[in-house]
Structure formats: C-alpha cells, structure tokens
Write a protein that binds this ligand. Sequence first.
Ligand code: DGJ
Length: 722
Amino acid sequence: MIDVLENEKTFHLKTEHTSFILHIIESGHPVCLYWGRKVSGNGFSYIVKELKKASYLAWTDGRKDLRLEQYPLLYPVYGYPDLRNPAVHIRYENGSRITDLRYKGYRISKGKQKIPGLPAVTDPEADVLELILEDNVRHIECTLVFGVFGEYDAFTQSVILHNNGRNALTIEKIMSSCFSFLEDDLECVTLTGAWARECHLSRERLRQGTFRIDSRRGAGGHGQNPFLGLARPDCSQNNGGIYGMNLVYSGSFEASAEVDMHQNTRVMMGIQSFDFAWQLSPGESFYTPEAVLVYSDSGMNGMSHIFHRLYRERLMKNGWGSRPRPVVINNWEATYFDFDRDKLLALAKEAAEIGVEMFVLDDGWFGCRNSENESLGDWTENYEKLGGTLSGLADELERLGLKFGIWMEPEMVSPDSDLFREHPDWIIASPEYTPQLARNQYVLDLSKKCVRDYIVKAVSDILKNGKISYIKWDMNRNITDAFSQGGAAEHQQELHHRYILGLYDILEQLTGQFPDVLFEGCAGGGGRYDPGMLYYMPQIWASDDTDAIERLAIQQGTSLIYPAVSMSCHVSAVPNHQVGRTTSLKTRGITAMQGMLGYELDLTKCTDEEKQALAEQIAEYKSLRDLIGQGRMYRLETTGYAYAWMFVSEDKREAYISYVQVLTQPNTVPKRLRLVGLEEEGLYCLAGTDQIRTGSQWVHCGVGLPGGAADFCGRTWRLYIK
Ligand code: DGJ
C-alpha cells in the first residue's frame, strides 16, 4: 500500500509489518525519512526539519539553512552540493559531470512487472511508486521505481534513466538503490569467501569511512555475494533489527555503506561502476537491475524468511519455487572424465535401487572431451564414449526408472575446439594481447547476437526431443581481457553489462521454450549464486566443496538469503575429495538434507550395508522433501562449535531439526538445544518415541543433545502434532 500526502510531498510505502517513508524537501530533492518497523500517523517531515545544522558544508540554492550533505538523500547525483558518494555519475559532451536531479512528479500503479532485459521480482498484487526526477538543463529524466510487496514485507528499487536531450551522454555510475540513515549504529553483514568456501557469514561494525564489497569478475564470484545486511548490534538469529539488500543481478556489482563526518550512513548497491561507461543516445533509456530491500525486527531468521518466501513465490520462473526437486546422482566425483556407457549404467542401476530419481551426466560427454583442456563449445555427443546417443542412454535410464540430466558449460569455449577454430573472434579478448586462459578456456562474447544464437540452438537441439529434463549449467572462469572484438570503441566499457544482458537473453529464450526443464546453476560451485540466476535457475550448486563439515558454514551463510529449495547439496565419498576429511554417512546425509539432496559418490563401491543406509536416508528425505523445500527454515542458536537447523511447516504442525557437532570436547555436559517457530500450546510428539510435550516446552526447554560423542557427529529429530 502507498499513502501519499500531497501537501507535504510524502510517500508512505507500507507492507504488512514495515514502513518506508520518502519525502521531497523544498528544493525538490528526495530524502528517505524512515525505514523500519511499521509506523502509524502522518506528517513525518519533521524528521528532516528538525535537523541541526553542521558547519563547513555547502549551501543549496543560496540557502544557508539548506545543507544537502546533512540530509538523508534518497538518490544523490554528482553535482549536488553533497560531497559524499553519489548514486549516479554522468559525463556530458562538453566534459561536464554536473547533473541536478529534482522532483518532477510521481505515478502509482498496480502490478510489479519484469524490467526490460532483466530478471526481477514480479507480483500482480504489488503496488508500484515511480518518483520522477529531472534535470531540466540537460533534459534527462530519472525515475526511481519502488515495488511494494505488502504480504511479503519486501520492497524493490530500480532506476530508469532517460535521455530527452539532443546529445549523447555517458553514464559512468548508476546505482539501483541508494538511501540513507541519520545514524551509524549498525553492523555490516556480508557473505564472503573463495572457491570451495563460499558464503561464509561475516559481520563488522561500521566506522567513519566507507565499507565496500564488490566484484569486477563479470559475475558476483565466490568472494562476495551481492548482498549487504545492516544489523543492529543486538541482532541475533531470532531477535533484533536487520536490513537486507540483495541485487537481482549476476554480473560485476558494488555495494557500500558510507559513514560521513556527522555519523550518518549512506547505503547503495548496483552495477559495478569501475570500468563501466554506457553511452546513452538521445531518446534512449537505461534500466538498472533491481535491489530487493527487506527489514525485519525478528533477527536474521526473520529476514531470511522474507527473502525465502519472496524468492520461491515471486522470483523463480515457471513456478519452480514450489515444484519438488528430484534426488539426483551426479557422476562427477564418482568418475570425473573417465567413464563409458557400462560404468554409467552400473552407477545408474545402483542409484535406482536405492531410490534416486534422476541421473545427471556431468562433464565429458561431448566433442573429444576427456579432460578440462578441450571441446567446450562443441556440443555434439561423443558416441564412442557414450556407447551411443544421449537419447539412447536416456531410454535405458528410463527403463531403470530414472530421469536424465546433463552438464553443459555453454558460455565457454576451449582453444582446442571446432567452435574456436571456426570463430576465433567470438571470444572476449583484446587484439593487442594474447588472451589469458583460465581452466584452459575462454569466455564467449555474449554481447554478440551470433554467439547467443549459437548457444540457444546448441542447447535447444539437445533439449527438444524431450529426453533430458535437467541441465546443470556450469561457468568455470571469470572475465579477463574485457574487450569485445569488432565492437565500437565508445561501447567497450559496456561489455560487462552487455555480457549479462546477453546471458539473460539466452536464458529467457531457453526457459521460455523449455519451462519444465530444471536448470541448475553452477559456477565452479557458488560463484554466481544470486537472485538474477535464481529467476531462471531455481536450483544452484552451492559449492564444489562436498565435505559435510565445510558445507555447514557455506550452507549457513547461503541460507541467510536463498531458500533451501534452491540449494543443491550432495553426499559424496570419504575421505572427502576436497579436504580429505572422513565423516559418517549419517552426518553427510544430515548436512545434505539442509537443501535439495543428491549424491556424487561411486555407488558401485559401496557395501550392502552402506546401500541399505543410503536407501533409508533417501526414503527419509522424500518424506521430508516438502517440509525442507517449502517450510520455514530457522538457524538455531547453538553453544560450542556446532550447527543446527530447523524446518517448520507453514501450519506449524510438523518440524524437522538437524544438528551437527563439529569438534567434541572432553568432559563437558552438552547443553540443551532450544527450538523456535512452534505453536506454544500445540502438543508435539517426538517421532519414534512416546514423548509428547507442548510447543512452549520444546521451544523454551529445548531438546537434549547427545553427549560424549565423537567429532562430526549429527542427530535429527522430527516433531508433529497428531
Ligand atoms: C565445476 C563444477 O562445479 C563441478 O561440479 C563439475 O561439474 C565440474 N565443473 C565439471 O567440469
């Protein structure tokens, strides 16, 4: 809902539990009066009218009492008398970089749509506010678009810049979202890491100066997720206030929180501005991706619930947010490149017997691919290695009761491939230098239509006979040598963004043509785990690290924003291939059941006992699949070095709790694990026992943890109301 106070030029954006209040000050500059728990009443402009003046700041329009630099500006542009970090920076034909955006008007409409060329959260019930700003010297219009998702407690913000002038201009920076707080008592929460240890949660106090996360890699990358949280110091998993911003974008990005001289905080997020310059000709518009903005005063779990539900119901395309995901066996860690038809079928047969539903054939089935050195781009079946066609293999798998999925890496090409020999100019590379390799491959230039057409055809040719119902879409290197061969000089700094627009164009076509194919995103694990990819690829391989203990921190961080239904988690062999650690099958299963369960190990090498245990694990998982995929996920507070998760059904009649202790300590008495999210008066039975206790008992008195156990041990509980 959006309340407009015309006389005060105030816009109160309301969701079920939160308020976002915007206001236009006398000079025509928009400010953010308030964002947080829902407030009632009218006339909030006193918040800025009561600002006490600081010294040594520029005036505005000759007015000594109007020092913009102190105001909680909503979308500051370079050229204002505000010398903090601007949200937009434009260069004009005469070299000037001064812009003056002021309020022109507003529009309100019903129904939040997709953004042209970009994925977005959509909802026919959402309200949309467009605040129109203009510079009437340069004749540019800048529209701030706010989506208000009432029942989801979320907002979105994006920007459209339109050039109504007579000359082309260059956008050098354009953020999707920018707002300010008149305080700095906040801590930055981010998801950071590296390959094989993605999305570790980090938290640090804001200080005067700028806190910044970003990526210049052409993807979010393994190091920084496009998420920035700002938590109150007392924010815990279940209590306290936290703001979350997440960019619906899969390319290079930046996000920052700047604390100024007067302890005010300006926050912004958008496309990476380093090496970005977009030519905007007269009559053209530029659309930024959108940022999702969430506030919760129920701690980090409260924030996660908002993101999870919004993404499942309003982001994931083709209804995939609520579609059950198959239990897969993926042959990668079982065989790597070394397989033939017999090996694959032997693995598939064992998998079918223990209850697996989908066989995923990973890297190595095409061209002459027997290592990471060749054939990317040549998406033709290797009949010899496959012992026939993919379609023939699909028939045999079907006879075993398995669906079929395959791995592809369509954005890449190997130097040793027919595609590269035919089209050396299709890669991103500068003519003056030898292009750099990573994993012995180059990145295809998706800004070129001929390249996109090639990829769409290659993938659709494989999918069109309907035998393949799952694609694991990998992307194993980042962009270097950022130059589009044959492209005009003045458009070269558009390449990073055009690459992502090209990728979205490809995915829009493929997911439109094949709505029932499950696309699983992967970028050497979680190197591109963001809402932009989730729009098209509702499941993402969270990490190449399959160790059950390393995965705990990775999944814990990932779950801050992304729902369990999106998180692909596999049980693999021990000693683990990435870290050499040995954990029990039970613990590996418990960790993998925090998301969408699958397997990577060579089942033909398992003992009968292990196969029996695996079959039981899968049966248990199938009975929990809906609860894990669609329930509310809570990260529980634990003492010691341990992780615990809880899934509660929407009607609160059912709950599943899992706990993994990392290192055991001698001579300690384990503490009880307190639960959350249950109906306090409900009578819950503990499955497999005759214990019946009230929800409030389980929540406040907790469950007893196992004692004296070994390192890496796990335990689960199921509760239900009869
Ligand atoms: C990287 C992925 O993350 C792995 O799971 C596997 O698919 C390999 N690529 C295959 O090359």
